[in-house]
Design a protein around this ligand. Structure first.
Ligand SMILES: *Cc1c(COP(=O)(O)O)cnc(C)c1O
Length: 380
């Protein structure tokens, strides 16, 4: 099955044996009747499993070309489940310009539990080698990174992970499986904030994991059930519905993203533009190799390079909404330094390029001309 068919049919065979509904029913139930103790039809309690969630988990596994899918109450709940695979003394190597919430979870919770994190530059995969020791257990990456749009070579990192017996987890939220399939490139775990492109309509908060290995899947299932950070059936239905148009939406996000990136690059009031589709992007060649297209996420600084100039622009935008989050049908503008990345100390975030004048755009699927017109009037 090709990707554009998988988004609609992947893992959805015989979805409603009772009445043949084309969409899975929303099983709004916490429990299931048993004919005799232990005599159930595969479901006993909705923390362990729920049929609507199962339908979604199968769909997510299918579009990521993986064997096992898991859905959680948020992206961070999914990351939290991965980190619970480890124990005090274990070490994790991760990127410097990480999603702010991941950084907060790593440093604010798991460091206290004795897990050690190395936040390193990964534009060159080779950099990882200097941080490896016998306690290293996981490499956690995001690509493209949030919000600096750096590209990490998944295949090269996977090679290092394999050679050293480590797990590689990829936060694939920005790219989506339409653009990039980390398991195919050698990763062990793919994570999504399904809140973003998978859901696609800014109406639900959810996270997911996909893996291939049975043993790893069993452990993640145990953690999902034991810790209980699951999502409800209504939300599962919404994300399943979102995935059915993923391929169409991402195509338009990419078209609009490319047009806006090019527009910004030539505007006199814009400083730097970060978008992996530019030939002068430091890892453009890797982006071209591992991604189908370049996505709808763009960051830029103002020419003045001040907080005031960035504030003025985001306040003036009319079609773009000033808001956290990304990946919905509507265009959003964010100010990472005060919003998504406020949990990273100023000194740390400026080192990676998240300066006060940086604006991040999640380009939606509206008409391209309206979006460019809006940016034009806001930039003045
Ligand atoms: C939003 C986001 C997360 C966290 O997901 P939630 O659903 O908000 O918990 C993790 N990684 C990236 C790249 C994100 O954009």
């Amino acid at each position: 099955m090709k990707f554009n068919t998988k988004t609609i049919h992947g893992g959805q065979e015989n979805i409603d044996p009772a009445y043949g509904a084309v969409m899975p029913p929303i099983y709004q139930t916490s429990t299931y009747s048993q004919s005799t103790p232990g005599g159930h039809k595969g479901y006993e309690y909705s923390r362990s499993a729920n049929p609507t969630r199962t339908a979604l988990e199968k769909s997510i596994a299918s579009i990521e070309n993986g064997n096992f899918g898991f859905a959680f109450g948020s992206g961070l709940a999914a990351i939290d489940a991965v980190l619970k695979l480890f124990k005090p003394g274990d070490e994790i190597i991760t990127t410097k310009d990480l999603y702010g919430g991941s950084y907060r979870l790593f440093t604010g919770i798991f460091e206290d539990f004795g897990v050690k994190f190395h936040f390193i530059e990964m534009n060159q995969a080779e950099n990882i080698k200097g941080y490896l020791n016998e306690n290293t257990k996981l490499i956690w990456i995001e690509t493209p990174t949030n919000p600096m749009m750096n590209i990490i070579d998944i295949k090269a990192v996977a090679k290092i992970a394999k050679a050293n017996n480590l797990l590689l987890a990829v936060d694939n939220t920005f790219a989506t499986p339409y653009l990039q399939q980390p398991l195919e490139l050698g990763a062990d775990i793919v994570m999504h904030s399904a809140t973003k492109y998978l859901g696609g309509h800014s109406d639900v908060v959810m996270g997911s994991l996909v893996v291939n290995e049975k043993q790893l899947a069993d452990r993640i299932y145990f953690i999902q059930k034991a810790s209980g950070a699951i999502c409800g059936p209504q939300d599962s239905f919404l994300v399943l519905r979102g995935i059915k148009t993923l391929h169409l939406r991402i195509q338009r996000h990419c078209e609009n993203g490319a047009a806006i990136a090019k527009f910004l690059k030539t505007h006199p009031n814009v400083g730097k533009v970060y978008w992996p589709g530019f030939e002068d992007h430091p890892n453009h060649e890797i982006a071209k190799k591992q991604m189908k297209d370049f996505g709808g996420m763009i960051s830029f600084t103002t020419k003045e390079n001040t907080l005031e100039s960035a504030t003025k622009i985001v306040e003036k935008l009319k079609v773009f909404t000033l808001a956290e989050s990304l990946g919905g049908v509507e265009s959003l503008a964010g100010h990472p330094a005060s919003m998504t990345h406020a949990s990273i100390p100023k000194e740390e975030r400026e080192k990676t390029g998240v300066v006060d004048s940086l604006i991040r755009l999640s380009v939606g699927i509206e008409d391209e001309e309206d979006l460019i017109q809006d940016l034009k009037q806001a930039l003045g």
